[in-house]
Design a protein around this ligand. Structure first.
Ligand code: AMP
Length: 190
């Protein structure tokens, strides 16, 4: 099984590259951001709870997102592997994910970390906001907060995966095809 963590700040291109990886490797895409937006659209209790955090660019509580991932893993036992996109975002989430995957004996194969300049992130997110209408991509202060939250709470995950030899830094600047090629070069070695 190939289990990949697609890692990087908001606007790094995780969703775009995940689409390419799904096609190339036949993996199941698990994006906690997409799952949360579906909950909001469906008007569920979970969605309502998550919305207030997402609007401010804060993280939704760990137990909420871990619960969602647990359900998805239980319901997708026969897949070739997963691409985790936007998850884990805290060290506690990473530990919970390891516990869930170890139960099945299918650990994380690698963490692919897309590296992009801050100004480029802001430009990409504002552009995405115009197209998608995502409220958290349209407000510069919310975008700044998401990048700050990423630096404080999510970036330390690199130090979680590094000692396990699972961290791979990837230049996330340039064309979609070039970045996809860099990801592929790492994945073939896993
Ligand atoms: P994304 O689509 O990955 O940019 O996520 C959008 C928003 O959903 C984030 O700003 C968070 O509020 C929330 N979110 C998504 N994934 C997580 C996660 N793993 N942990 C906590 N909050 C999350």
């Amino acid at each position: 099984m190939l289990n990949l963590v697609l890692f990087g700040p908001p606007g790094a291109g995780k969703g775009t590259q995940a689409e390419f990886l799904i096609k190339s490797y036949g993996l199941e895409h698990l994006s906690t951001g997409d799952l949360l937006r579906s909950e909001i659209a469906a008007g569920t209790k979970l969605g309502l709870e998550a919305k207030s955090f997402m609007e401010k660019g804060e993280l939704v509580p760990d137990e909420v997102v871990i619960g969602m991932i647990k359900t998805k893993l239980e319901n997708n036992k026969a897949v070739k592997g997963f691409i985790f996109d936007g998850f884990p975002r805290t060290v506690d989430q990473a530990k919970a994910l390891d516990n869930l995957l170890n139960e099945n004996g299918t650990p994380i194969s690698g963490m692919l970390s897309l590296e992009v300049d801050k100004q480029e992130l802001i430009n990409r997110l504002m552009k995405r906001g115009e197209i998608s209408g995502r409220p958290d991509d349209q407000d510069q202060s919310v975008i700044e907060n998401r990048i700050n939250v990423y630096n404080q709470k999510t970036l330390p995950l690199i130090e979680y995966y590094k000692p396990q030899g699972k961290h791979f830094g990837i230049n996330g600047m340039g064309s979609i095809e070039d970045i996809a090629g860099r990801l592929e070069a790492v994945i073939t070695k896993l």
